[in-house]
Design a protein around this ligand. Sequence first.
Ligand SMILES: C[S@@+](CC[C@H](N)C(=O)[O-])C[C@H]1O[C@@H](n2cnc3c(N)ncnc32)[C@H](O)[C@@H]1O
Length: 259
Amino acid sequence: MFRIILLRPILALLTWWAHRQNSHLYDQEHASVYGKKHAPDSLYETMAQKIIYALKRHIALNECIALDAGGGTGSFAERLLEDGARKVCLYDRSTEMLSIATSRLKVFGDRAVTWQANLEDRICLEDSSVNCILCVQVLHYIEDWDFIAAEFFRVLKDGGCVVVVTVHPAADTVFRGIGPYFRPEMRRAFLSSGGKLRPITYWHRPLEAMLAPFLSAGFMVADIEEPHLGAAQSRPWWNVAESLFQYFPPYVIFVFRKL
Ligand SMILES: C[S@@+](CC[C@H](N)C(=O)[O-])C[C@H]1O[C@@H](n2cnc3c(N)ncnc32)[C@H](O)[C@@H]1O
């Protein structure tokens, strides 16, 4: 913990610098970073396995129709289809992400459907039409979750589950040491991905504020996981962000159920 306290001012300075110098980089390189195959021991792959495991604990994938909201380059959709999902519908607002997703999922024929849309708009699916929804590392880009949670509830069948993965509210408070935990607000930070620091802007909110929109929409909380990416992960010493994840969870995984 002492090391984290010492690192705070350095990380805050790096964040400020990364935003000033490189804020264009994240968008430009985002799709190609997400589109590539990740090493088996990478942070992305470790998280991906935990996310798929969390989903499978609650839903039998066989014969499942899944929705991947903000599905990016389709890496989760691909996993679901390989693991037996009947059909996966994926939407995302980014043209670059979608074009990678569409070519990646071509091999699955009409079991994969992709389209461009904003999560903040009505989902172009019938009521009660999907068995599960994945929304991985997307909601921290969005201020208002109420409408999105209500739309997820509408398109989900009874008994279905939503898996939401988003930035853990403790992460940036511990990581950057600035900004109160309780206040929802837009914050800036940087992510280490693809071997580079990439500046991002995201919405911080406390755990309660993450749960409230889903509870108001009618969901029950089936699971909450704070993935421990512990010391088992061998990280290069210069990768400060990933080394810190042995002390606190970078993400939180929620599983919500529609009864
Ligand atoms: C960090 S990436 C995660 C992609 C994918 N879920 C994954 O885990 O590989 C975030 C994705 O959210 C998408 N996104 C962000 N805001 C969005 C919005 N308002 N509507 C739709 N997609 C959005 C981005 O285009 C990007 O593909």
